[in-house]
Design a protein around this ligand. Structure first.
Ligand SMILES: Cc1cc2nc3c(=O)[nH]c(=O)nc-3n(C[C@H](O)[C@H](O)[C@H](O)COP(=O)(O)O)c2cc1C
Length: 186
């Protein structure tokens, strides 16, 4: 479908355009990528997250999370992570290597919390129990909230992308670095 994109620059621009669109369009499949990180003992961990912001100039992807979720200490220990995106509309798989920084205070966090705290998702960052805490009851949808918020920004600096396009007449794949482009065998 996207075979009209020929040059690396065209493809690179379109990738970033799609990433930005994903933050604005609820139905864009790239809005909910999987973020993989390393956990202790060389194990891996992966979970769905919402892509909240994309800074094309700084080449950053931004996620919101709860400070107490297990991904935060994992990132503190090993900041290398990987975002996994698939779009059946584009027929594109995108794997994005990142270095992630967790931020729990400061102006950037405060400004966003001001906005998020007024929204329906505020409770995601106000739970009395940390995410992953064992519960006695099997089902409990009512949540006790605390006065403290655990809102945390995960700022992921893109270091490398692996782009794969499936096409009827053949597939295309490339390794994309900030300043370089390498075509790969798909
Ligand atoms: C559609 C969807 C979107 C999600 N978005 C987020 C998110 O933006 N941030 C987040 O911390 N968790 C999000 N979650 C929950 C995570 O997948 C995960 O269960 C939780 O963050 C705990 O993960 P961890 O123990 O690996 O830290 C989302 C889950 C789903 C199904």
């Amino acid at each position: 479908m996207k075979n009209h994109l020929h040059t690396p620059q065209e493809i690179r621009n379109q990738i970033w355009k799609e990433l930005v669109r994903a933050t604005q369009d609820r139905h864009h499949t790239w809005r909910t990528p999987v973020l993989a990180t390393s956990s202790d003992n060389g194990l891996v961990n992966a979970r769905t997250v919402v892509l909240r912001e994309v800074d094309v100039v700084q080449r950053n992807l931004v996620i919101y999370t709860d400070e107490r979720s297990s991904k935060v200490p994992e990132i503190m220990k090993q900041q290398a992570g990987l975002f996994f995106f698939w779009s059946s509309r584009l027929n594109w798989q995108l794997r994005v290597r990142v270095n992630i920084t967790a931020s729990t205070s400061g102006l950037e966090v405060e400004q966003r919390w001001q906005r998020v705290s007024q929204s329906a998702t505020a409770n995601d960052y106000l739970g009395q129990d940390a995410p992953g805490t064992v519960r006695r009851e099997t089902v409990n949808t009512t949540m006790t909230t605390s006065h403290k918020n655990y809102f945390t920004l995960l700022i992921a600096a893109v270091t490398e992308m692996d782009w794969l396009e499936l096409g009827r007449d053949g597939h295309r794949r490339a390794r994309i670095l900030t300043e370089s482009w390498e075509w790969l065998t798909p």
